[in-house]
Design a protein around this ligand. Structure first.
Ligand SMILES: Cc1ncc(COP(=O)(O)O)c(C=O)c1O
Length: 398
């Protein structure tokens, strides 16, 4: 067989998808599985989204479409930005095949080989591959549970070097569920203002926030960052539409031009039906998001009640997204039914094999010694699975 590219020969698939597949395979064998692995929101979009999609099927011409996304879709995104106080124009935005595609293309258009991309760790696991596929270098900044998994301005300042090209920031955070306060955002923005780096703000979970907390943006804190700011959004999480593959970017127009050129040369355009459905989601009634948030909060509370009852386990209280990220390092090195829990990966394997609870090891997010619980499934399954989760930890030998 001829050789393949060195770069892609070593590119790994998503560890989250791998665990999800394993959990699904066990379920197929008839095991009772509590799948807390994959980050799907667990609800479907409202009826008007399906109505728009159905109408779109009937009017579809089958033609290639604009690689930037339809005007209607981008206008809908611009209105969303406007509601957050940001004014952008059509040529400063494009639609993408979900946020994944936005992030991959952005790293390719913003980075030269060897440039560094900074982001706080724990991080969304795809960030590593996304950066490496652009021949850039991922530089995670370790933010442990003792600092609530949040990046401090001092850490950011110390991490920026002449090689830094991008600071990639995800708030609320996948995998920790942390939400930065207004003061924390302002302090990070002050540091960023001093350094000439691109900022990619991955705002996917901005509407999934609880306890009266609010979403605060670096751009609101420092409007002068606008020339270097790139906002990434998607309908995947807040609108319950991960499979429809629609994301967005707002950025200076030269960047958008490059993004559109990459799109034209790769996937060409987002399917008409998905564009129409996403536009309907963004422009239609938004009250359902509050309802979904109330449900997520109830699930978050159930998970935290359970986690807080487990001695030795520490979990900074998540205020957004639909993840909890308990630190389980207390249990590493101990024995479970005669088997040593060598690390977080082994712990998650034992948890899945013994109790059918599928969680993603923290090492997949750059933070070994923890695990991620995605609590978007229905409350009954969640509560039942958490009882098994607690039982597992009670069975670990002291
Ligand atoms: C932080 C973060 N960014 C980006 C993505 C990708 O989202 P999309 O489904 O829009 O590609 C995800 C998906 O899990 C995510 O959690």
């Amino acid at each position: 067989m001829p050789q393949v590219s060195d770069k892609y020969a070593h590119t790994e698939g998503s560890p989250i998808v791998a665990i999800n597949m394993k959990a699904k395979a066990l379920a197929k064998e008839g095991r009772e599985i509590f799948n807390f692995s994959i980050g799907v929101p667990g609800f479907l979009p409202p009826q008007h989204v399906y109505e728009a999609a159905t109408k779109a099927v009937n009017e579809d011409s089958g033609a290639y479409l604009s690689s930037a996304g339809s005007d209607e879709l981008r206008e809908a995104f611009l209105n969303l930005l406007k509601s957050q106080g940001f004014t952008y124009s059509l040529d400063e935005t494009c639609a993408t095949m979900g946020a994944k595609n936005a992030l991959t293309s952005l790293c390719q258009v913003l980075c030269n080989a060897g440039d560094e991309v900074l982001f706080p760790a724990p991080f969304w696991s795809n960030y590593i591959q996304t950066v490496q596929m652009a021949d850039a270098v991922p530089v995670p900044i370790e933010c442990g549970s003792e600092q609530g998994y949040k990046l401090t301005p001092e850490q950011l300042e110390a991490a920026i070097t002449p090689k830094t090209r991008i600071f990639l920031f995800n708030n609320p955070s996948n995998p920790t569920g942390m939400v930065y306060t207004k003061a924390e955002i302002a302090a990070l923005a002050v540091v960023l203002k001093k350094h000439d780096v691109w900022i990619i703000s991955d705002d996917l979970y901005d509407k999934i926030i609880f306890d009266g907390e609010e979403f605060h943006h670096l751009l609101t804190a420092e409007p002068e960052l606008r020339d270097r700011m790139v906002i990434v959004q998607s309908v995947s999480k807040s609108y319950g539409m991960p499979g429809w593959r629609v994301g967005f970017v707002a950025a200076p127009k030269d960047i958008i031009k490059m993004m559109v050129s990459v799109a034209t040369n790769t996937f060409m355009n987002i399917p008409h039906v998905s564009q129409k459905a996403a536009a309907a989601a963004l422009t239609g009634d938004q009250t359902f998001i509050e309802e979904r948030c109330a449900e997520f909060k109830q699930k978050r509370d159930a998970v935290m009640d359970s986690l807080e009852s487990i001695e030795g386990l520490v979990c900074p209280f998540p205020k957004g997204a639909f993840y909890a990220f308990p630190d389980v390092s207390h249990f590493i090195g101990k024995k479970y039914k005669g088997q040593t829990i060598t690390d977080d990966v082994r712990l998650c394997e034992l948890l899945l094999e013994s109790h059918g609870v599928a969680c993603v090891p923290g090492s997949a997010f750059g933070h070994p010694g923890a695990l991620r619980i995605s609590y978007a499934c229905d409350l009954h399954t969640l509560e039942k699975g958490m009882v098994h989760f607690e039982t597992f930890f009670s069975e670990v030998e002291a």
